[in-house]
Design a protein around this ligand. Sequence first.
Ligand SMILES: NC(=O)c1ccc[n+]([C@@H]2O[C@H](COP(=O)([O-])OP(=O)(O)OC[C@H]3O[C@@H](n4cnc5c(N)ncnc54)[C@H](O)[C@@H]3O)[C@@H](O)[C@H]2O)c1
Length: 275
Amino acid sequence: MTAATSNPGRVEHDRIEVVHPDMVGKAAVVTGAARGMGAVFAAGLAARGVDVLGADINDEQMTATAARINAELAGSDVAKPGRVVAARVDVTSADEHEALAQRALAEFGRLDFWINNAGIFPFAEAADISPEQISAVLDVNVEGVLFGAQAAARHMRPGGAIVNMSSVSAVRVRRGRGAYCTSKAAVAHLTESLAVELGDKGIRVNSIAPGYIDTEMTRWVREDPAALAHALDVVPLHRLGSPEEVLGPLLFLLSDSARYVTGHSIAVDGGSRHV
Ligand SMILES: NC(=O)c1ccc[n+]([C@@H]2O[C@H](COP(=O)([O-])OP(=O)(O)OC[C@H]3O[C@@H](n4cnc5c(N)ncnc54)[C@H](O)[C@@H]3O)[C@@H](O)[C@H]2O)c1
C-alpha cells in the first residue's frame, strides 16, 4: 500500500491479501451495498466464494453495482467467485428484512452472514435537530440494524455471524452530528445485547467502528480543504482509510478465525477514537 502524494487524503491500494477458505460456499446479506463500503464488502465476499444478496434502497444503483462486481470477478483470476444478486430494501421496514432473508434462502439455499451496513449521516447542531431528522436517523441506523439482526436470527443456523456498522462516533462526539453519534452509540450497545441473547442460538454478533473512510458519505471532508487538513492532522495515522481496509476486519469477524469472538467492536479508524 502506498500513500498518494498528489492528494494526501487518498490512498492507492495494492490488493490486500486476506484468505478465509472456511467462507467458500457460504451466503451473505449485505445492506447498503449499492456503493461505498457495502459495495466493497459485497465484492470482497464474492471474491472469497461467498454468494451475496446485496440490498439497497437505491435499487437502480444496486443492480448496476451487482452487475459490475459479477463482470469483474468473471474476468478475474478468482477461480470460483460467489454470485452477487441485487435486491431492494428499505432497512426501516422489518417486513422488508424478512423478505430479504427469504430471498437469500431462495437464491442460495442457506444464510450464514448478515452485514447491517446501510446508514445515513445527517448534519444538524443538536439544538436544531428536527423531529423528522432524529426519527429518520434512528429509523435507518438503529431500527435498520435491529430488524436486520432479527431477520437474520430467525433464519440462520448455529455458526452464523452478524456484523453491524457502528462508528468512531459511538465513542467520540462530533459537532453537528449529535443525532448520528447517538445512533451509532446505540448500534454499539445493541450489538452487545444481541450478542448476549443470540449466543443461545450459536450466532455471533460484532460491530465495526470505522473512522474517516473515503466514501461518498465523507466526500465533504475531501472537498473541504480545511476539513481535510484537520482530519489529516488529528488522525494518528494522518490519512483517511479506504473501504478495503475495513473489509479485512469484516472478513475476520465473519470467519472461523473469530469463532469465539462475539459482542466485540473493532475500531478501524487510524487511531482517531483516542483524539
Ligand atoms: N464513511 C465513513 O467514514 C464511515 C465512518 C463510520 C461509520 N460509517 C458507517 O458505515 C456504513 C457505510 O457507510 P458508507 O460510507 O459506505 O456510506 P454510503 O453513504 O456511501 O453508503 C450507504 C448506503 O446505504 C444506503 N441506504 C441509506 N438508507 C437506506 C435505507 N433506508 N435502506 C437501505 N439502504 C439505505 C444508501 O443508498 C447507500 O448506498 C454506514 O452505516 C455508515 O454510517 C461510515
